[in-house]
Design a binder for this molecule. Structure first.
Ligand SMILES: [Zn+2]
Length: 286
């Protein structure tokens, strides 16, 4: 058993409390190799920002060394969370906690409500013994993430959130309000076209649902998955060098900022890092 505290990591508790008070959100970046992890830490040190490094189960073994790297870059007290994204079983969450993760997500959102509650409760009971924080999820996001996919989204039901949070004891709650996994968050039919730029404009997030959830759980940390903004200049670069990312569209940054001012205190970003990495390769090797 390795405690995350020995690795110099922190859990999300204080970080989220400060973010909710301050009206901002912490970026939670997925990464899949050492170079991406270094870039994320470099940016966090440069901007003096706390950061959540998150991995899905395939990338667990790359997670070591983040704290040392931040210190090497001159940050004496890095605020880094190492978080398991979309844990799908108690055993996986336990094994991550035992190897030094400071936070885990248990995603029982595809299960019937009562089973989601029971599974999440079991993970919380184990995690809290080691002061590890837990994210649960209610509602289903559309899109594809490593080993997680759903054809359509189902918004979180505000009338369920108090019961879920009370029964499970989770530290934060991932909700579904129209964000989506992957670089293709919306079909062209769901979008309108900007008359000036000709770019696709995605439908707005369901801020009414977010507001209703906030009213039920004042000050409780809310998480948005699938929130890459899919920068169009990077999409253009990739297409220019032979890529075929037609009609890739993300969540506009102003909507993310608006969400961050509310109880949303963790915003998950995966596709953007993949796009940035891919877009940087052709010019460098051309
Ligand atoms: Zn996700």
């Amino acid at each position: 058993m390795v405690s995350y505290k020995e690795l110099g990591l922190v859990n999300t508790r204080k970080m989220f409390a400060k973010a909710v008070d301050g009206g901002y959100a912490i970026p939670a970046f997925n990464f899949n190799n050492m170079e991406q992890m270094q870039a994320i830490i470099m940016a966090a040190v440069e901007t003096k920002s706390p950061v959540i490094l998150q991995v899905s189960k395939g990338a667990r073994n790359y997670a070591k060394g983040a704290v040392e790297y931040a210190k090497e870059l001159g940050c004496a007290h890095p605020e880094i969370v190492l978080h398991l994204d979309h844990g799908d079983s108690f055993e996986l969450c336990k094994s991550c906690i035992d190897m030094g993760f400071s936070s885990v997500m248990i995603d029982g959102s595809a299960l019937p409500y009562d089973e989601n509650v029971a599974l999440t409760r079991k993970v919380v009971d184990y995690a809290h013994q080691y002061d590890v924080t837990v994210e649960g999820e209610l509602g289903v996001l559309a899109g594809v993430e490593e080993e997680v996919s759903a054809a359509e989204s189902h918004y979180t039901k505000p009338e369920e959130v108090i019961d879920f949070v009370t029964k499970t004891g989770v530290d934060s709650l991932a909700i579904s309000i129209g964000t989506s996994h992957g670089a293709y968050k919306f079909t062209p039919e769901q979008c309108t076209v900007d008359p000036v730029t000709g770019r696709l404009v995605p439908p707005p997030l369901a801020f009414d649902v977010l507001e209703a959830i906030e009213k039920k759980l004042p000050g409780f940390p809310i998480v948005l998955h699938g929130s890459s903004s899919v920068p169009q200049d990077e999409v253009d670069t990739i297409n220019q060098y032979g890529g075929s990312l037609k009609a890739a569209v993300g969540i506009p940054e102003e909507q993310l900022r608006k969400a961050a001012k509310s109880a949303v205190c963790k915003i998950n970003i995966d596709s953007d890092s993949r796009l940035a990495m891919t877009a940087s390769l052709p010019p460098a090797t051309a």
